[in-house]
Design a protein around this ligand. Structure first.
Ligand code: BT5
Length: 271
C-alpha cells in the first residue's frame, strides 16, 4: 500500500508553484533537518524542497534536545529556503511556519492553538499548557551577512495516542488526543504547505509576519526566566515585547531591557 505521505498523494494536490514541488518521502530517516543538510553538502537542492518522514531515529529539537514521535503518527518534515534577506531575519521562517500550522489546524479541526516564544505550539488543557508541535529552524550561513540556506523543520503531533505521548518538560498532546478523532495527515500537510508559500512570498517582499504572530503569543506580558545555554546566566523579568526580528524583549527588576534571541536560551514561562 502506498504510504499516506508518499509524494504521489501530496504533490498533485498542492497549489504551490515551488514550495513542496521537489518532494522526498522517507519511511524512516535520522532527522529530516539533518538529511537536507547532508544532501546539500553533496548536491544542490532547489529552494522549497521538502523532506517528509514517518519516523526519525534522531529527531532534533533545539539545543541538542530530541524530538520523538511514534512511527506513522505525526507530521515530521523540513523545507529548504534560500532567502535573500539579512541573517537576523531568519527567525521569520519559524514565525511563518508557526502561523501556517496554527491556521491549517484551525481550518481542519476545532482545535485552537497558541504560540509560546520562540517555537512551541501549545494548547491549554485543564489549565495546563501542553505542547502540540515544535519548530527547528537551522541556518547554513554564507558570507556577506546573507543566510545562504535555511531549513525549517516542523514536528506536529497528529495521531499520537495518550499512552504513547513523548515525555517532556512541557507535557505533550496530539490532535487525536484533543479531538478524539483520527486526523488525515496528508490533508493537513497539504493545507500547511499551501499556506507557507504565500506567507513566505509576502515576507520576502518585505512585509513582516510579526504583528500576526505577536497576537498569538502567550509569552507577552508574562514573568519569564531566561537561561543562557552556555553561561547558564539567568535573567528574570517581564516579557515586554518583540522586536522586528522576533527577538524577545525582557525587562528585569532594575529596569534594564534585554534582547533575547532564540538560539542560545531556554525560557520558563509560569503559565
Ligand atoms: C522543538 O525543540 O520543539 C523543535 C522540534 C522540531 C522537530 C522537527 S521534526 C522534523 C524536523 N527534523 C528534526 O530533526 N527536527 C525537526 P525544543 O523546543 O528544543 O523542544 C524539544 C523538547 O520537546 C524535548 O526536550 C522534549 O522535552 C519535548 N518533546 C520531544 N518530542 C516531543 C513531542 N513529540 N511532542 C511534544 N514535546 C516533545
Amino acid at each position: 500500500m502506498t504510504p499516506e505521505l508518499e509524494k504521489n498523494r501530496i504533490v498533485p494536490q498542492l497549489n504551490t508553484r515551488w514550495l513542496g514541488q521537489h518532494y522526498t518521502y522517507f519511511a524512516d530517516v535520522d532527522s529530516t533537518n539533518l538529511a537536507i543538510r547532508q544532501t546539500l553538502d553533496r548536491d544542490p537542492l532547489p529552494a522549497g524542497s521538502i523532506y517528509v518522514t514517518d519516523f526519525q531515529s534522531q529527531g532534533k529539537g533545539r539545543l541538542n534536545r530530541r524530538w520523538s514521535a511514534p512511527r506513522g503518527s505525526s507530521l515530521l518534515f523540513s523545507i529548504l529556503f534560500q532567502p535573500d534577506w539579512p541573517v537576523e531575519q531568519h527567525s521569520w521562517l519559524t514565525i511563518i511556519g508557526a502561523l501556517a500550522v496554527v491556521e491549517a489546524i484551525e481550518q481542519q479541526t476545532a482545535v485552537l492553538v497558541d504560540i509560546k516564544w520562540p517555537n512551541d505550539l501549545v494548547v491549554k488543557i485543564d489549565g495546563v499548557w501542553h505542547k502540540l508541535a515544535g519548530i527547528l529552524t537551522e541556518g547554513m550561513f554564507s558570507t556577506a551577512g546573507f543566510p545562504g540556506s535555511i531549513v525549517l523543520g516542523i514536528g506536529l503531533n497528529v495521531n499520537i495516542q495518550m499512552q504513547e505521548m513523548p515525555p517532556g518538560q512541557t507535557p505533550a498532546t496530539s490532535l487525536m488526543a484533543l479531538t478524539g478523532q483520527k486526523i488525515n495527515r496528508a490533508a493537513l500537510l497539504i493545507e500547511i504547505l499551501n499556506r507557507i508559500e504565500p506567507r513566505y512570498e509576502t515576507a520576502a517582499a518585505g512585509q513582516s509576519p510579526i504583528p500576526q504572530w505577536q497576537g498569538r503569543l502567550i509569552t507577552l506580558g508574562q514573568p519569564v526566566r531566561v537561561t543562557h545555554i552556555h553561561s547558564r546566566k539567568q535573567i528574570d523579568g517581564i516579557a515586554e515585547g518583540i522586536n522586528q526580528y522576533g527577538h524577545l524583549l525582557v525587562r528585569d527588576a532594575s529596569n534594564e531591557v534585554h534582547t533575547v534571541t532564540a538560539g542560545d536560551v531556554t525560557l520558563q514561562t509560569p503559565v
